[in-house]
Ligand binder design. Structure first.
Ligand SMILES: Cc1cc2nc3c(=O)[nH]c(=O)nc-3n(C[C@H](O)[C@H](O)[C@H](O)COP(=O)(O)O)c2cc1C
Length: 193
């Protein structure tokens, strides 16, 4: 039973994307993951700087996966442990050229656009994605060796959705697409008021 409605002219891939927590832990082939990251990299960015980086670990690589899982808050660990791949989206805070480094106003905005592309491409291939900021970001920076000048934006669980039986009961009922604010609430014809 879905709680989401959209005009039929909204691209079905967009309207149909949602973030489950029940993943089956199966392998996500590297070739598919490469397509997903290629789609992410097709996002627009200021000056085409492409400030995003995607650090990832396959569940099959148990030691690396554990390193990626550990910085998640306990709640997220409980279900993201069954994802096929864990990804951290990182963005470079400055635009660096041979003329020096200048702050990049839109590094997070651009990385967000890339994550949206990633999520849609994952859906198109039959996978699901689930973004997470329930992360100990300092722990993630240390574990993933993210240098200064790069912001860890979020983590992402990627994988194949399964039935919710394996989840605790309070999460089972949340395994449905969620509703959205009406357009009239998020789009303002004119100034902010
Ligand atoms: C940046 C970001 C951070 C999020 N953090 C978490 C999180 O830490 N844990 C969680 O269970 N869901 C998290 N979510 C999932 C959101 O709650 C979810 O996307 C939102 O409720 C909309 O639902 P939908 O993606 O199914 O449409 C996050 C989503 C985004 C985009």
């Amino acid at each position: 039973m879905t709680t989401r409605t959209a005009d039929p002219r909204v691209v079905p891939l967009i309207a149909g994307r949602w973030s489950p927590r029940a993943f089956d832990g199966s392998d996500l082939p590297q070739a598919d993951l490469d397509v997903i990251f290629q789609a992410a990299g097709l996002a627009p960015s200021a000056f085409n700087y492409q400030p995003w980086r995607f650090l990832y670990a396959h569940r099959a690589d148990a030691a690396l996966f554990a390193k990626f899982l550990a910085p998640l808050v306990e709640f997220n660990q409980s279900w993201a442990n069954s994802a096929s791949v864990l990804v951290y989206v990182v963005s470079e805070e400055a635009m660096v050229s041979d003329k020096g480094a200048n702050p990049n106003h839109s590094h997070s905005f651009d990385a967000g656009a890339a994550w949206a592309m990633l999520a849609l491409q994952a859906s198109a291939l039959g996978y699901h994605s689930h973004g997470m900021t329930g992360v100990d970001f300092e722990a993630a920076r240390a574990a993933l060796e993210v240098p200064a000048g790069f912001r860890i934006e979020a983590a992402i669980a990627l994988g194949t959705m399964t039935t919710p039986e394996g989840l605790p009961e309070y999460l089972r009922e949340r395994e449905v697409p969620s509703a959205r604010k009406p357009v009239g609430e998020i789009a303002i014809a004119g100034t902010f008021r």
